[in-house]
Design a protein around this ligand. Structure first.
Ligand SMILES: Nc1nc2c(ncn2[C@@H]2O[C@H](COP(=O)(O)OP(=O)(O)OP(=O)(O)O)[C@@H](O)[C@H]2O)c(=O)[nH]1
Ligand SMILES: [Mg+2]
Length: 493
């Protein structure tokens, strides 16, 4: 436990505007740092604290905005005490409630509100009513007379206030001819005040302020976590958008590539058909001549020669077309692999974004049940956080992108090569197979598996691209929302 003697004593000045709080703060601290107003409208606009030491006791004088009267709500009180709630929750040694002349009903009501909201029933034990502007403050009899009169009066409206300590001071403005007198009077007032404060050793830690402190800490940690989450979401959104952009560009290039390969394969297949017609016809004629050689031997040799030429050129055409097709297909498959890799990376990024958004889901219940929100302490802050939570957790933020990567391909080059070899051998035997092959080659120019694979992929990728572009647009719009959230929340700290 901290020794009360070494701990700074917090002295809180409250009271109606123009009652002399700032003046009293100057008198106590022996400075000129608190602005003494000359009219009630342009009084102190911000709470201010100043420390000083007297007879080895450290004091902190806290001058406030006129919170003495016309306070409507908790929020208003807390707004007026902005910046000193931290100090107050450390504990207060004395509350000096400044007044002069008559103590109005409004002042009593304001005091009661303070007691209910930030203090508690014990507040009167720690409060001293300070009558300023009391020229006869050195006259003990005059003071006592006033004290009794006041206690009687106040007892009619507020019993607890009737039992508070009362002291009298006079701190005239230091101007004009009266300056030396004013200084003397202020010096005497200071003595009265310090004699009184010296006795105020006990620290008052009102329950509401303790709770308020806890509530403040809790809410500040919610703000901190929200800021962190928003910053992370912002970062990942940016990364996602950039990556999605790259992905779309790459996919466009891939589609173009596949289209080129498709054209190539079509060309090879067309060429294959043309040379197939020539070579199979040669093979057929050769075969015819060879068969005729059985009856007319001179035809045998040219027949065999033509068959061989026909066979060799048919086989060469088939194999070179298959090789070229193979090459084109390989490049198509490479494109698919590249696209797949990009898809996987995007999926990882999306997963991370989803996790980050889930983090918000953890913060939200904390925010919903927070006392700060329930008591509507600072409407602006609450609204900002609420807004940010709603926007980021709202239905509209769905990071998922339907990736549509077609990785299933049917075509197999090894099967094709085996088929070409078997067919080549069969073609040597006299049969109508050559006619069939010519017919098939013609058909395959249009209907090969490799071609349909590529066509399907192009179609799927194009459709996927449309979805991706829509998503990109959507993400860009959402990113604007996140940016706005970030700006709003940054203003809270
Ligand atoms: N004669 C005399 N004048 C005083 C005394 N206390 C304050 N005044 C004068 O009253 C006016 C208002 O004093 P402030 O100290 O500014 O009053 P305040 O309570 O801080 O007012 P707000 O900041 O508006 O809440 C100034 O002109 C002071 O010089 C006093 O004890 N005696
Ligand atoms: Mg003031």
């Amino acid at each position: 436990m901290i020794n009360n003697k070494t701990k700074i004593r917090n002295i809180l000045l409250i009271g109606n505007a123009g009652k002399g709080k700032s003046t009293l703060a100057n008198v106590l601290t022996g400075t000129n740092e608190f602005e003494e107003s000359t009219d009630p409208i342009n009084g102190t606009s911000k709470t201010k604290a100043k420390e000083f030491e007297h007879e080895k006791i450290k004091y902190r004088i806290i001058d406030t905005v006129g919170i003495g009267i016309s306070i409507q709500s908790t929020e208003e009180i807390l707004n007026k005490l902005k910046g000193i709630t931290d100090i107050l929750s450390e504990g207060i040694n004395r509350i000096l409630f400044l007044t002069n002349g008559r103590f109005t009903k409004e002042e009593v009501e304001a005091f009661n509100l303070l007691r209910n909201v930030i203090f508690d029933d014990r507040v009167t034990d720690y409060t001293t009513i300070v009558f300023t502007n009391f020229a006869k403050f050195k006259d003990e009899k005059a003071c006592e007379k006033n004290r009794q009169g006041f206690q009687q009066e106040i007892g009619k409206i507020s019993m607890p206030l009737a039992s508070t300590a009362i002291i009298y001071v006079d701190n005239p403005p230091i101007i004009g001819f009266m300056e030396p007198v004013a200084r003397i009077s202020r010096e005497a007032s200071r003595e009265v005040l310090l004699n009184h404060l010296r006795t105020c050793q006990e620290v008052y830690q009102p329950e509401p302020l303790k709770k308020f402190r806890k509530m403040l800490d809790e809410f500040n940690s919610i703000i901190k976590d929200t800021i962190e989450a928003v910053e992370n979401v912002d970062l990942y959104y940016k990364t996602n958008i950039t990556y999605l952009g790259e992905f779309i560009t790459t996919r466009r290039v891939i589609i173009e590539n596949i289209e080129e390969r498709l054209e190539e394969v079509r060309k090879y297949m067309g060429n294959r058909f043309k040379s197939s017609v020539v070579s199979h016809s040669t093979l057929l004629i050769g075969k015819g001549l060879s068969i005729s050689g059985i009856w007319f031997p001179p035809l045998m040799v040219p027949g065999l020669a033509l068959s061989t030429i026909g066979f060799v050129s048919a086989a060469t055409t088939d194999i070179s077309a298959i090789l070229k097709e193979n090459e084109a297909y390989k490049s198509f498959e490479e494109s698919l692999a590249k696209d797949k890799e990009k898809c996987e990376n995007l999926e990882i990024l999306q997963e991370e974004l989803r996790n980050l958004i889930n983090k918000f889901k953890d913060i939200r219940p904390r925010f919903v049940i927070s006392e700060y929100r329930k008591q509507n302490i600072d409407r602006n802050k609450i609204e900002v956080i609420e807004n940010v939570m709603n926007q980021i957790l709202g239905e509209e933020i769905e990071p998922d992108v339907d990736l549509n990567n077609n990785e299933k391909t049917k075509y197999s080059t090894s099967q094709e090569t085996v088929r070409a070899v078997v067919e080549g051998i069969c073609k040597l035997a006299p049969s109508p197979l050559s006619f069939y092959c010519m017919y098939r080659d013609h058909k395959e120019t249009k209907n090969r598996d490799s071609l349909s694979d590529m066509e399907t992929t192009i179609k799927d990728f194009r459709e996927g691209l449309k979805v991706l572009e829509e998503k990109q647009q959507q993400l860009n719009e959402l990113y604007e929302t996140i940016k706005r959230c970030k700006e709003k929340i940054a203003k809270l700290t």
